[in-house]
Ligand binder design. Structure first.
Ligand SMILES: NC(=O)c1ccc[n+]([C@@H]2O[C@H](COP(=O)([O-])OP(=O)(O)OC[C@H]3O[C@@H](n4cnc5c(N)ncnc54)[C@H](O)[C@@H]3O)[C@@H](O)[C@H]2O)c1
Length: 442
């Protein structure tokens, strides 16, 4: 056991960091083009904790508040190189234009750079994403063969780019709903299932398997099961590799995990929470399919149950009506509207209402999360942290946890956990917020 004050040996972030993205759609292109704009000084990495955030160390009277990127040894943005897979053959420039997120002033100056990122053929199967058809796909004799081809892609990219280290992030479409079954229990069963083309093995699992077999950390930005199965978790632990997911926590759910803890903190009751969304991007189109929506719905619904703990507070939270809808509405493109009606009640049971109308931009919120995850997963690997990285729950709608643990959804508990983990990694004291020493002199 490492003592809390000892810190952790962390290998330096020397050389290039290769970020491999499954999916080259709205989120991935906004992330890549954004990083390139930041590198050229034509934009700020707003929304990124690693780039803009600070961390307090020691006592409030010590006035030690370095930037996070100066406190922990993160890779430099200038050292990042990118690759992606997508069943749609558009290069990153065409894909970004189609996604319609970034305006010409952020796209045209980096056009040549983006055109250089052409998607590798994807391990894709339409039965898992019904609303998509793709031509840029791998062919193979079975799923294991496809996974081997992905492994080959990883090795080739590493060599071609000269990257010293890699991370992989799933930023591809939401697959149909799956639950863990016999094929996911151990590596032998998983590999056999790939060979037999078992439907329990979704394409996203092939990417996760390929990443882990090539010693690459894997983070899952969609709600698919993917790496949240015992076989892959054990593989990550055995190979001392960080993994995590699921589903980037961006707009509506981010707000939910801020508001619900506030109601609970003040012991205000909740009768109902109706959340609806209109969005018109490709993600919205994919989620219009009931089977992909089911995966997303589970991810969005889970948070209130865990935050509010109805078992412990039956009078306040024992009878909540919680509904989440996603409506595909093309005129809005990536500019989603997430609308929440919240029915709460207070003193003696008197009802009140809160309305939240978040006119957000999905990929603008997601891009900095992809950046932070790439940098923190790389840090985790260099610090030899293995398996599920619960300290990065801050970024996920349905955080993976160790078996038997319930997930922590409260955004501010997640933030405290993240920062305390950074302090622990660097051998700094944990901040408990007790603060009695400012008032009681020894
Ligand atoms: N933007 C957000 O705020 C946000 C938040 C949470 C989660 N997400 C999730 O992130 C993912 C990406 O979102 P987006 O807006 O970029 O969607 P998008 O539809 O623009 O991009 C996804 C891309 O993935 C590709 N794809 C599908 N299956 C693939 C496969 N097997 N291999 C490789 N590529 C594949 C698609 O062709 C598409 O180009 C979605 O699953 C979405 O639900 C987004």
């Amino acid at each position: 056991m490492v003592s809390p004050q000892a810190g952790r040996d962390i290998a330096p972030a020397t050389g290039k960091l290769g970020v491999m993205l499954a999916g080259l759609g709205a989120v991935s292109t906004t992330f890549i083009a954004g990083v390139e704009n930041v590198r050229r000084g034509s934009g700020l990495p707003i929304g990124s904790l690693t780039q803009m955030g600070t961390i307090r160390l020691g006592k409030r009277t010590d006035h030690r508040t370095p930037k996070i990127k100066e406190f922990v040894p993160l890779a430099d943005l200038r050292d990042m190189v990118f690759a992606a897979w997508d069943p749609i053959p558009d290069d990153a420039y065409s894909a970004a234009k189609k996604a319609g997120v970034l305006e010409p002033p952020h796209l045209e100056p980096v056009a040549e750079f983006l055109k250089g990122i052409k998607p590798l053929p994807a391990a894709f199967d339409q039965s898992y994403v019904k609303r998509l058809t793709g031509t840029n796909v791998k062919r193979g004799k079975n799923k294991r063969d496809l996974a081997e081809q992905l492994r080959q892609d990883i090795r080739e990219f590493k060599q071609r780019s000269g990257a010293a280290r890699l991370v992989m992030i799933w930023a591809a479409s939401t697959e149909v709903f799956l639950t863990a079954g016999p094929a996911h229990q151990n590596l032998a069963a998983f590999e056999k299932a790939m060979e037999q083309n078992d439907p329990a093995i979704a394409p996203s699992m092939l990417y996760a398997y390929a990443a882990l077999m090539e010693q690459v950390p894997f983070a899952n930005g969609a709600p698919n099961l993917t790496v949240d199965v015992p076989a892959l978790q054990r593989l990550a632990e055995e190979r001392t590799l960080p993994i995590g997911g699921k589903d980037f926590k961006t707009g509506q759910t981010m707000m939910k995990t801020v508001l619900a803890p506030a109601f609970k903190a003040r012991m205000l009751g909740l009768a109902g929470w109706y959340s609806t969304n209109i969005l018109g991007n490709r993600d919205g189109e994919v989620l219009d399919d009931p089977e992909s929506f089911k995966t997303k719905e589970e991810s969005k619904l889970g948070v209130l149950e865990y935050i509010l703990q109805p078992d412990q507070y039956p009078e306040l939270y024992g009878n909540i009506f919680h509904k989440v809808r996603i409506n595909y509405y093309p005129p809005r493109g990536d500019n989603k509207e997430g609308w929440d009606n919240i029915d709460i009640f207070g003193w003696l049971g008197y009802p009140m209402q809160i309305k939240v109308d978040f006119l957000c931009r999905d990929s603008i919120l997601a891009a900095p999360i992809v950046l932070d995850l790439a940098l923190f997963f790389d840090l985790a690997q260099r610090a030899r942290l293995s398996g599920i990285q619960e300290w990065l729950s801050f970024y996920f709608k349905s955080p993976q946890t160790a078996p038997g643990l319930y997930p922590e959804h409260d955004l501010f508990i997640q933030q405290t956990k993240l920062k305390n983990t950074l302090r622990w990694l660097m051998g700094e004291e944990q901040i408990t917020h007790l603060g009695i020493e400012y008032y009681e002199k020894a």
